[in-house]
Design a protein around this ligand. Sequence first.
Ligand SMILES: Cc1ncc(COP(=O)(O)O)c(C=O)c1O
Length: 414
Amino acid sequence: MGQPTRYRKSDGSRVSGGSSDNKPPTRLVTGGRRKEWTGAVVNPPIWRASTHLYDNVANLRAAKRSNEDGRFFYGRRGSPTQWALAEALTEMEPGACGTMLFPSGVAAIACALLAVLTPGDVLLMTDSSYDPTRSYADAFLKKWGVETRYYDPLVGAGIADLICEKTRAIMMESPGSLTFEVQDVPAICKIAKEREITTLLDNTWAAAHFFRGIEQGVDIAILAGTKYIVGHSDVMLGSVTTHDKYWARVRRTAQQLGQVVSPDDAYLALRGLRTLDVRLRQHEAGGLKVARWLAEQPRVARVLHPALPDCPGHDIWQRDFSGAAGLFSFVMDGGGEEAVAALIDDLALFGIGYSWGGYESLALPVDPTPDRTATSWDAEGPVIRLNIGLEDPDDLIADLAKGLERYEKAACRK
Ligand SMILES: Cc1ncc(COP(=O)(O)O)c(C=O)c1O
């Protein structure tokens, strides 16, 4: 759907300036709030529309010729509600050219990869990738003639040794959303640039707020807006924000694929975005308190939280990130599936379900083993992932303490 943020005319010139000189929390508040879209109120209305009407045939023809974003054309190109969201997302990424919106994070990843790859290419993808990203590469891209080779998420500058003549793109996810290895994104991007290879980053954990991909050298930054951008577990959304060089390609591919986000969903995402900074800071504080407590429990072997020293890539997190989200995993010392169920099933404050980034806490048993090919997953016991919501962390800790007692009993019964 054509909803770029820095609106450009067909000759590439900017229609509006941005507010990228302001600090990130300010940009979250001001981004996309153009008077021409909001009128006399604070937020853009929900423009529900398929047909956009023209005054006359000359205007209709002129709109087709100019092919501009941020202009009424047809429903699939969005309306001010979607344009405002896309513009706000671009404002979050200094150096970015524009943002396309998608009906889910997976749709955004699929389109971005499709836009930069052609049959015969080799794609390098992190072994810690979100499993549907992996399946898309292993099934769809493979059928389409693209070979995917997986790399160790801790490879850093060693990525140079994995590049061959046919390598066209590197797909990163940092940190990995199950095992939380933090990648050396700047080092990988530097090498990729020297070799003219496109870099893509699934930046959902940091939500473009605690880590700004484009600024760090990434060509294409992807978010599952479903998580922290929306923040309330009620909308599916994806976005692709690109550097100048890739904007036309990504925009064209998304339009050819007919991608569109409803104005209602765009409105909710925009509302979520305005409070992203305060929510993320609260998720960070709660997450750290729970993670540090877990690290002291005898049954817990390791806590995989980028801000804690046990997490692979912790030093890179310290160097590159300005904060930590509320999603992390912990590895149990012994025990098994039955004990995991005993811990999770009776938690009072944690839901059991996929996704994360919402205001409510979630607990999920995870098994990274089947999704590893370049590396292997060896752990002391089962892994549990927590989404720490906005509850008081002391209540979450009390709930988890009872869960750990249940784990202990179940593990000892075996
Ligand atoms: C890291 C990561 N990327 C992408 C996605 C996909 O987002 P969506 O569920 O909106 O398709 C998810 C979903 O859980 C995720 O965890």
